[in-house]
Design a protein around this ligand. Structure first.
Ligand SMILES: Nc1ncnc2c1ncn2[C@@H]1O[C@H](COP(=O)(O)OP(=O)(O)OP(=O)(O)O)[C@@H](O)[C@H]1O
Ligand SMILES: [Mg+2]
Length: 145
């Protein structure tokens, strides 16, 4: 199929629209005939990354590109950055605000889950912003027969 490429804005603290990018990706992957299990895996990764930008950053963008072979997404935000990536990657580590916790986030499981579901994950961060690159490989097994 034709490649799909989009850029999306992610507003800080906008929990109403959080999950939009994951939903749109899910729709596009369904159109492409990918299996439910594969779509679920990818959607979880994108959802967790999207929520992190909403609840932990000053806002940013997501650039997504889908081909027959892979899904690549890069999340870039405007800071304040992650103090220690080693700490952030640990299951259970969270600095979520009380508002985020009230909304059901803050278990400290997002990044470990993203790592588990993606085929490639590159996380870099400074005070100026955080960048998270994710790649999900698509094989012929991932298409509905
Ligand atoms: N884009 C980001 N900007 C700043 N800090 C971040 C960002 N993404 C993650 N972090 C930091 O990494 C920590 C761990 O993130 P992770 O997604 O694993 O857990 P969480 O978001 O706190 O909780 P959960 O994802 O389980 O709801 C966060 O609490 C936060 O300190
Ligand atoms: Mg998270």
């Amino acid at each position: 199929m034709e490649p799909f490429a989009r850029d999306y804005n992610i507003e800080k603290h906008d929990l109403t629209n959080a999950g939009t990018i994951a939903s749109l990706t899910k729709r596009e992957l369904k159109k492409r005939g990918l299996t439910r299990d594969f779509i679920k895996k990818v959607t979880i990764g994108i959802y967790e990354a999207e929520i992190n930008v909403v609840i932990h950053s000053y806002g940013g963008i997501a650039a997504i590109s889908i081909t027959d072979d892979s899904i690549e997404v890069t999340f870039t935000d405007k800071g304040p950055g992650i103090n220690s990536i080693d700490d952030a990657m640990m299951a259970g580590f969270s600095t979520a605000s009380s508002l985020a916790i009230e909304n059901g986030f803050g278990a400290g499981m997002g990044l470990p889950n993203i790592k588990a579901v993606s085929d490639k994950m590159v996380l870099t961060s400074s005070k100026e912003g955080t960048r998270l690159y994710l790649k999900f490989d698509i094989s012929s097994d991932n298409y509905e027969s």
